[in-house]
Design a protein around this ligand. Structure first.
Ligand SMILES: *[C@@H]1O[C@H](CO)[C@@H](O)[C@H](O)[C@H]1NC(C)=O
Length: 222
């Protein structure tokens, strides 16, 4: 779909959305979330007929909203949908998002940096895409429990101090990328970590000895 056509759709829907806002007190979809989702969609090669057939984004395929009182988007799961091409910065406008699963989707390019600073994100699965470029060295995802970005083409440094901010992380997989940093991984504060998978990269450096104190760790792949 051409960029112009997608923007025409966005503007038309914007108009419909505003009209509906005036008419309905019972709408679900939050306007900020709606903008974020449309920005996200208009950067993709694929778009969802199902999305634009309903104004209420809480009923779109792959979207789950929270309780009625706030009705913010808390889950976006569009795995194996052949989304293809770029992951838009707009997505980070979903600031109540807890789960983002876009695995197996033919996405490429860089990951929006702001994705690594989302306060409510608990599960991030972007595995089996073709994202390249580095990820930020210091990640601040205070709620994250599952971070799965294996099988991409990411390069550069590992997030060596990840558990300083992300103390609740249980599962971290960066397997099958091109990380090549020569640094010391400090995992002593990863007290919730159960599975750590870093294999099939080009890692040098090392891991500090405090890894042996991680009582919940039950799987380690280097
Ligand atoms: C993401 O979705 C796929 C289904 O396509 C599933 O297999 C995978 O476990 C999900 N990731 C997470 C972290 O739940």
């Amino acid at each position: 779909m051409g960029v112009h056509r997608s923007w025409a759709i966005v503007f038309t829907l914007e108009f419909l959305f505003q009209a509906q806002l005036l008419n309905s007190k019972n709408r679900l979809c939050n306007q900020k979330d709606w903008h974020a989702l449309f920005g996200f969609m208009s950067n993709l090669k694929t778009y969802f007929e199902a999305w634009i057939s309903s104004i209420d984004c809480c009923h779109w395929e792959g979207i789950i909203c929270g309780p009625l009182s706030s009705a913010r988007v808390i889950k976006l799961e569009l795995s194996r949908k052949r989304l293809s091409e770029k992951l838009s910065d707009y997505l980070v406008g979903l600031d109540k998002l807890k789960t983002l699963n876009l695995s197996h989707d033919f996405l490429k390019g860089s990951l929006p940096l702001a994705l690594f600073y989302m306060p409510n994100l608990e599960q991030l699965d972007l595995s089996y895409n073709d994202f390249s470029r580095p990820i930020p060295g210091s990640i601040d995802l205070p709620s994250i429990q599952i971070l799965e970005i294996s099988s991409n083409s990411l390069i550069g440094y590992l997030p060596s101090h990840i558990c300083v901010n992300s103390t609740r992380i249980r599962f971290l997989s960066l397997v099958m990328n091109y990380f090549s940093s020569n640094i010391l991984l400090r995992l002593g504060t990863c007290s919730s970590l159960e599975q750590l998978l870093l294999g099939r990269n080009d890692l040098r450096g090392g891991i500090t000895e405090d890894i042996f104190q991680l009582q919940n760790l039950n799987l380690l792949e280097l």
